[in-house]
Design a protein around this ligand. Structure first.
Ligand SMILES: Cc1cc2nc3c(=O)[nH]c(=O)nc-3n(C[C@H](O)[C@H](O)[C@H](O)COP(=O)(O)OP(=O)(O)OC[C@H]3O[C@@H](n4cnc5c(N)ncnc54)[C@H](O)[C@@H]3O)c2cc1C
Length: 270
């Protein structure tokens, strides 16, 4: 069985500041978080992620946790002082400046049918100096020994993880299926292992549920021969649908597949 989530061996709640933020495409904001506490961040897997604790932009009386026992700390606060918490991937480490980047998908810009989600709202409003807390939550990418190639499938929530995996896993050619909200979100300058093909899948319908396009593309794809390690993440029906397809239709052993729902359509993260 492929290891599921590898939890950090040790971790500390980090108090950090926003250093910079940049809109890198219509639906993505890159944010650099930094501070002395980054010394305590141990680099582990390529899709390493963490919980980000932050205040709503208009709220200046929020308590940011200082301990790994954050649930207890937050329970002791009144509900008005509790921060928002969302999970994001560490897209890029910047050890020389005690910092790292995350990339946040901005997902309410569909004609604003949906009220802005706190993660998106925060990313749009932040300024240099904005305070946050961040707690390492580990990784799941763990290629099966003996894999000849890898299949990576995700929607926009998993794009930062897929790009980090591609940059890190130089030895394993990849077939990549990446669904993005719009054609303008396609990245041109991606570093990939030799023998890799990226199938970019921009949505045409802004009201389409993320992940449907990518799942269908994988179902229809002609994939290479040889033993494959598959990693898939994104909207939960995408992750579970890809796994089911690979196991039932392509006879890939469950032990060679890592899958993880990053969010559920229609439900706010906790
Ligand atoms: C291990 C892990 C790593 C992750 N890494 C990243 C990352 O690097 N970058 C990133 O952007 N996200 C990442 N996510 C996903 C992110 O945590 C969720 O998308 C989260 O719900 C965003 O919070 P929010 O406040 O914007 O929306 P919420 O308040 O949680 O949700 C509001 C509404 O928006 C919908 N929604 C949530 N996220 C999306 C989305 N991305 N696209 C379309 N609709 C959405 C929900 O279904 C809900 O209806 C990761 C999740 C996990 C578990």
């Amino acid at each position: 069985m492929a290891p599921r989530i590898q939890r950090p061996r040790s971790r500390r709640m980090m108090s950090l500041n926003v250093q910079t933020s940049e809109r890198i495409s219509p639906h993505f904001m890159s944010v650099t978080l930094g501070g002395d506490d980054v010394r305590h961040l141990e680099r582990s897997g390529y899709d390493q992620s963490g919980r980000l604790f932050f205040a709503d932009p208009d709220d200046d009386d929020v308590f940011l946790p200082s301990s790994e026992r954050w649930i207890l700390q937050l329970t002791l606060q009144g509900s008005k002082r509790r921060p928002r918490v969302r999970t994001y991937t560490i897209r890029r480490f910047r050890p020389e400046s005690l910092a790292f980047d995350i990339e946040i998908s901005l997902h309410e810009s569909d004609g604003s049918l949906r009220p802005a989600a706190p993660g998106t709202r925060w990313a749009r409003a932040i300024e240099p100096g904005t305070k946050v807390a961040f707690l390492d939550e580990g990784y799941s990418y763990a290629p099966a020994p003996g894999a000849a190639w890898q299949l990576l499938v995700g929607d926009e929530s998993a794009l930062p993880a897929v790009l980090a995996i591609l940059e890190g896993s130089a030895a394993l050619p990849a077939e990549v299926f990446l669904e993005v909200p719009a054609r303008e979100d396609i990245r041109e300058d991606v570093a990939v292992p030799p023998g890799t093909t990226i199938h970019w899948l921009p949505r045409r319908d802004p009201s389409a549920i993320p992940g449907v396009l990518a799942l269908e593309a994988v179902r229809q794809a002609q994939l290479p021969d040889g033993r494959c390690y598959a990693w898939t993440a994104g909207e939960s029906s995408l992750a579970t649908g890809v796994r089911r397809h690979l196991v039932d239709e392509r006879q890939i052993p469950k032990s060679d597949i890592s899958f993880r729902g990053y969010f559920s359509h229609g439900r706010a993260s906790l």
